[in-house]
Write a protein that binds this ligand. Structure first.
Ligand code: PLP
Length: 286
């Protein structure tokens, strides 16, 4: 089955979707994106992603190409056309094609480019990795200091994933001034007793949509949520660790820089939060 993608108002077979070489997304990484997961053919936390998308666009002064209700309609249409039961929808909006290369932003008459496509992941909820957990390494956080904007500048996170792979691991956690900021494409947590500790919100981390939901469910389940910085040493010494993102939900982290966290196996708190998250988000999916 040929994947049908969305480009500037049209639904097209993926091979027919073409973008100008002058698009500022291509030349300048001048764009933002969102990833929304799909379970049972429905969108998980679409509203959270739509709100963050609008904020990212505002921060970069990129014109929003369409209102939220039309973005929602387009997501649903992509799910339908591609018959997605479980997977993700990737959405990208760039500052468009000014017809040449220039560092200056084009004037407002240049329309944004909007692209979206589905990724079919039949075992997204029952991911084998969630049963074994991630092994992570720590690397310096060399990203710019506005990572709260979800831009398409993903070279360093991509290098972080490759460094992890070369080390026989699954992901990297970034460290800034001795403290963990977040994972390459996820937020990072540790568990100590009944306390869930994760970095406080600032421009040093992406304000994860999954993070917000997981912290809400954790508080409802009587865990104490501490939003503060923690070190790699504290994480290695914790009872458990985990990461969250729309594409992995709650993913146990079992090893950090070669040292087992807790039992070295996915822990009960991460497992419980994953179960609660999936159950609640499935109920609220649209
Ligand atoms: N942090 C970074 C750097 C990310 O790239 C992502 C997701 O791509 C996240 C955190 C998690 O965000 P969300 O839960 O909204 O997927």
């Amino acid at each position: 089955m040929t994947r049908i993608v969305y480009l500037n108002g049209d639904y097209l077979p993926e091979a027919e979707a073409k973008i100008s070489i002058f698009d500022r997304g291509f030349l300048m990484a001048d764009g933002v994106y969102e990833v929304t997961s799909v379970l049972d053919g429905k969108l998980i936390d679409f509203e959270g992603h739509a709100i963050r998308l609008a904020r990212s666009l505002r921060e970069l002064e990129i014109a929003s190409p369409m209102p939220d209700d039309r973005i929602l309609e387009m997501h649903r249409e992509l799910v339908r056309l591609n018959d997605i039961d479980q997977g993700m929808i990737y959405l990208q909006i760039t500052r468009g094609n000014p017809g040449d290369r220039s560092f200056m932003f084009p004037d407002a008459a240049v329309p944004s480019t909007i692209v979206a496509f589905t990724q079919n992941v039949p075992n997204l909820a029952d991911a084998p990795a969630a049963r074994t957990g991630f092994k992570v390494i720590s690397i310096p956080d060399l990203r710019w200091d506005r990572v709260d904007i979800k831009t398409i500048q993903l070279l360093y996170p991509s290098m972080g994933k490759m460094l992890a792979k070369k080390a026989g691991c699954d992901d990297s956690w970034f460290v800034q001034d001795g403290a963990v900021t977040e994972g390459t494409s996820n937020n990072a947590y540790i568990v100590k007793g009944n306390r869930i500790i994760t970095r406080h919100l600032s421009s040093d981390i992406l304000h994860g949509i999954t993070r917000a939901a997981v912290l809400r469910f954790a508080a409802e389940a009587q865990y104490v949520v501490e939003e503060r910085a923690f070190t790699i040493a504290e994480a290695q010494d914790a009872d458990e660790a985990f990461s969250t993102a729309a594409s992995i939900f709650v993913m146990p982290v079992v090893e950090i820089d070669g040292k087992a966290v807790g039992s070295g196996k996915p822990g009960p708190v991460a497992g419980r939060l994953r179960d609660i998250y999936l159950e609640e988000m499935r109920k609220a999916a649209i």
